[in-house]
Design a binder for this molecule. Structure first.
Ligand code: GAL
Length: 433
């Protein structure tokens, strides 16, 4: 892991030099009189996600009974709605007391670049965080040596959840490990009258895109897309996009109208579809007992494997929380960050959320089999960053990619137009500038 995260770090440093302005430590604001509350902004509203936040809230309320926890979560997986609301609030000078922000370019190339968050050097020292967070993760939330957020977890993007019974009934004997094997399996599943690959709204299509691209290009060429060393116009990228178009052809036709990722994941567990490619927050949803999840049994009701072509690769993202620049309630925010950073907070949150701790000292026996396996892979695999969840591209670049993707989803035969639009996005807002 170390080597690959270091490579990712150097890549992000290059990107942030190009994309981010230098962060200037923000002066600590004066505590306003109504500091007895802390407004925490996230997009953890749905199945599995809200329960993780609630578990951490409980730890917070036990330690700080005098500070009211105000849950300002806005529904919409991967922050699609929440991040728009947040952007409006930030530009109006009305930041929440702390908000969910992904490690990588979402923090460095977006919030730090816009001077919307304050550095946390003293907090890191006081909490001893340099000793308990992976040394390779800290650079991804830092600019010029100053840390800007508190990571609460590590999520994996490249998980293929599947229904073993649907595979068996369709005569698919082995779980596909390459995209070609996947398409062969899809033919059988289609012939058996089922959807091969379940998909939800557009952000889940970007999530699928990153997985098909990494599974086709491999880790090194994927990293190169974000540093300028892999050409977006290359034949390799064309092959990856052809695979993506093919994968889309096996998805449920109503994907754009699904409300979020949970209904897409549920198509698999209902037995209507064979596969769903989704981050491991799905594990919380699948395994938590109702009403926080579906209460399903691993290996029987559902199973998992790395997405095709990504065995030995861990596509990572990390949720973290920030201190706003000119915070309204710095002491209350500090209290929240103390819980988010703590062993107790992370041990309460992650087993329910379906993620592993960002801290390296959590008790592994608190985690289920899937999460223990993710913990092992995180330390053994080649780690690369997620596009959909903020690691490799800042908001401006990602928005251009999303616009190109929207057009492509409307007509997935137009692979070369899509490739050109992606290359243009790199030239106008990304590493090819
Ligand atoms: C990601 C986030 C995860 C999970 C997921 C689906 O962006 O990092 O924690 O919430 O979206 O909503």
């Amino acid at each position: 892991m170390k080597k690959s995260l270091l490579a990712l770090f150097s890549m992000l440093v290059i990107a942030s030099l190009a994309l981010a302005a230098c962060g200037t430590p923000a002066p600590a604001a004066t505590e306003a009189p109504s500091a007895s509350q802390v407004e925490i902004f996230s997009w953890w509203v749905g199945g599995g996600e809200a329960a993780g936040l609630a578990a951490m809230q409980k730890v917070f309320e036990a330690k700080y009974p005098n500070i009211k926890f105000v849950n300002a979560a806005v529904a919409g997986g991967s922050g699609t709605n929440a991040r728009a609301v947040l952007a409006t609030r930030l530009s109006a000078g009305d930041p929440p007391d702390s908000w969910q922000a992904h490690a990588g370019q979402e923090i460095i190339g977006t919030y730090v670049a816009a001077k919307q968050v304050a550095p946390l050097d003293d907090f890191y020292k006081a909490q001893g965080l340099y000793d308990v967070l992976p040394k390779t993760l800290i650079p991804l939330i830092s600019q010029d040596g100053h840390p800007y957020s508190v990571p609460v977890n590590i999520h994996r993007s490249n998980v293929m959840w599947y229904n073993p019974k649907v595979l068996k009934d369709a005569g698919v004997a082995a779980v596909p490990t390459t995209w070609d094997e996947f398409f062969a399996a899809c033919e059988k599943i289609k012939a058996a009258g089922k959807t091969c690959l379940s998909l939800g709204p557009q952000w889940t299509a970007m999530h699928l895109l990153e997985n098909v691209m990494i599974g086709t290009l491999g880790a090194e060429k994927w990293n190169g897309l974000w540093t300028g060393s892999t050409d977006w116009n290359s034949a390799d990228v064309t092959t990856a996009l052809d695979n993506y178009a093919k994968a889309l052809s096996y998805t449920n036709s109503d994907h754009a109208s699904l409300t979020d990722w949970q209904p897409a994941t549920q198509l698999v567990t209902n037995g209507d579809a064979a596969f769903n490619i989704m981050g491991d927050w799905a594990d919380g949803y699948l395994e938590n007992a109702a009403p926080d999840g579906l209460g399903l049994k691993a290996h029987t009701d559902f199973d998992w494997a790395p997405t095709p072509g990504t065995k030995g690769i861990f596509v990572f993202l990390s949720d973290s929380f920030v201190m706003p620049a000119n915070a309204k309630h710095p002491d209350a925010t500090n209290a929240w960050l103390t819980i988010a950073a703590s062993k107790a907070g992370q041990e309460a949150f992650n087993p329910v959320k379906g993620s592993i701790c960002a801290r390296t000292d959590c008790d592994q026996s608190l985690f289920n089999e899937y999460l223990q396996s993710a913990g092992k892979d995180w330390t053994a695999d080649t780690v690369v960053g997620s596009l959909t969840h903020g690691v490799v591209a800042n908001d401006a670049w990602k928005a251009k990619i999303d616009t190109a993707l929207g057009l492509f989803l409307a007509d997935p035969t137009k692979v070369s137009d899509f490739q050109k639009a992606l290359a243009d996005a790199c030239a106008s807002d990304g590493a090819c500038k």
